[in-house]
Design a protein around this ligand. Structure first.
Ligand code: FMN
Length: 375
């Protein structure tokens, strides 16, 4: 059983009981977001922030993020004044040593937060404070009551990373214009068959081959995969069989027999490369996200642009799958802008494709009280 989209949508009406309305799903499909979609946490958080603000933060946390480490920490100075930071225990030094992906993920979190605040009738004034990528404190948020409510949280609730069954059909010009419309200068589409698409295909395979040979990268991945239902429920973070697209009997098998050491074995490394090869052979082009510079603000802006785009793709039946290895291995990152003919540094690479059927979200999140604390 999967999460019924209607339940997701029903739950958004008037901001009533968001996420609590998600059905509980267990059994053959394993533990998924529906089981642990969370809640805002305990009553203490609701007492500190009130229900609406707690829900805004939970919605913000539905942002995409590398390995689903959910790196955010929110320090409440007062109910309308928050410091948004990141938790070094949730950084990924082996694959993201300069915290580039981390800042993109934080940008996506901030974008969700701003849109969720608008839905509840608040304006979120966001000031980026991080001067370096390793600073824990990233932004300051001040909430003000707005004239009214605006927008919808349906796209935030139903967004998910899809890695399987992307069609090879080229994405139409109309759809590209629609999804990249907010930031046309920083989002670039390369159709299948183009020289750039070929370069990204080849580079992504090579980078995956390199990454699996690096023990540090593999150990880090192993640390962030929750194989058993018990661990998924306990930690409510990381990748899990369902979120990696391993379902049915295979999902049951890996939940029972796979563990941290499986990820370090040669067979697992080989099959990761085979999967990357299959993925690279199955898409309708690439979308590349570029940013003004290599400073924290530029990466955070890219995260916000990413999330604006991701919130529009489901309605067009388009999947966008980040494949970051080409930015993490070898020296592709420095050459990429040149190779692709774009003017500014490349911040993220995403495989694009139409889907016949859009799946429901399955990746889990921690309850808000695990990442929110008072000053
Ligand atoms: C900056 C960034 C980098 C990512 N890199 C990858 C990647 O290389 N491969 C992949 O399969 N998913 C990647 N993802 C997707 C995350 O794994 C995914 O967002 C996370 O597991 C939560 O799942 P959800 O997006 O379905 O909520 C990335 C996401 C972000 C924001």
């Amino acid at each position: 059983m999967s999460i019924n989209r209607r339940d997701l949508i029903k739950s958004t009406i008037k901001g009533g009981v968001i996420l609590c309305a998600l059905p509980l799903v267990t059994g053959c499909s394993g533990t998924a977001r529906g089981d642990v979609a969370g809640s805002t946490g305990n009553n203490q958080l609701n007492r500190l922030l009130g229900r609406e603000r707690s829900e805004m933060l939970l919605l913000a946390s539905l942002a995409p993020n590398g390995h689903n480490t959910q790196p955010w920490v929110v320090t409440v100075v007062s109910p309308d004044h928050w410091i948004i930071g990141s938790d070094p225990d949730r950084w990924l030094p082996a694959v993201d040593p300069d915290n580039h992906d981390l800042l993109v993920s934080m940008g996506a979190f901030l974008e969700n937060l701003e849109q969720a605040a608008a839905f509840y009738g608040y304006q979120a004034e966001i000031t980026i404070t991080a001067a370096s990528a390793k600073e824990r404190q990233i932004a300051e948020v001040k909430l003000q009551k707005a004239a009214g409510t605006s927008g919808s949280i349906d796209p935030i609730l139903s967004r998910c990373t899809v890695r399987k069954n992307l069609l090879k059909r080229e994405i139409s010009v109309t759809d590209i214009r629609h999804i990249t419309g907010d930031s046309p200068n920083s989002l670039h589409y390369f159709a299948p068959g183009s020289r750039q698409s070929g370069f990204l295909n080849q580079g992504t395979i090579e980078a995956n081959r390199l990454q699996v040979t690096r023990d540090a990268a593999q150990e880090e991945l192993a640390d962030w995969i929750r194989w058993s239902n018990g661990d998924i429920e306990k930690y409510r973070d990381g990748l899990n069989p369902a979120s990696m697209g391993i379902t049915g009997f295979a999902g049951l098998f890996v939940r029972m027999f796979f563990n941290r050491s499986t990820v370090l074995k040669e067979d697992f490394r080989k099959s990761s490369v085979v999967m990357a090869e299959e993925q690279v052979n199955q898409h309708g082009g690439w979308i590349v996200l570029t940013g003004q510079g290599a400073d924290p603000r530029s990466y955070i802006d890219s995260g916000r642009n990413l999330q604006k785009m991701l919130l529009k793709i489901r309605q067009r039946n388009i999947a966008l799958h980040p494949m970051t290895q080409i930015l993490q291995e070898g020296n592709w990152r420095s050459q990429l802008a040149n190779e692709l003919g774009v003017d500014t540094p490349v911040h993220l690479v995403l495989r694009a494709g139409y889907l016949e059927k859009y799946p429901d979200p399955v990746s889990v999140r921690r309850p808000a009280d695990r990442f929110v604390k008072s000053a």
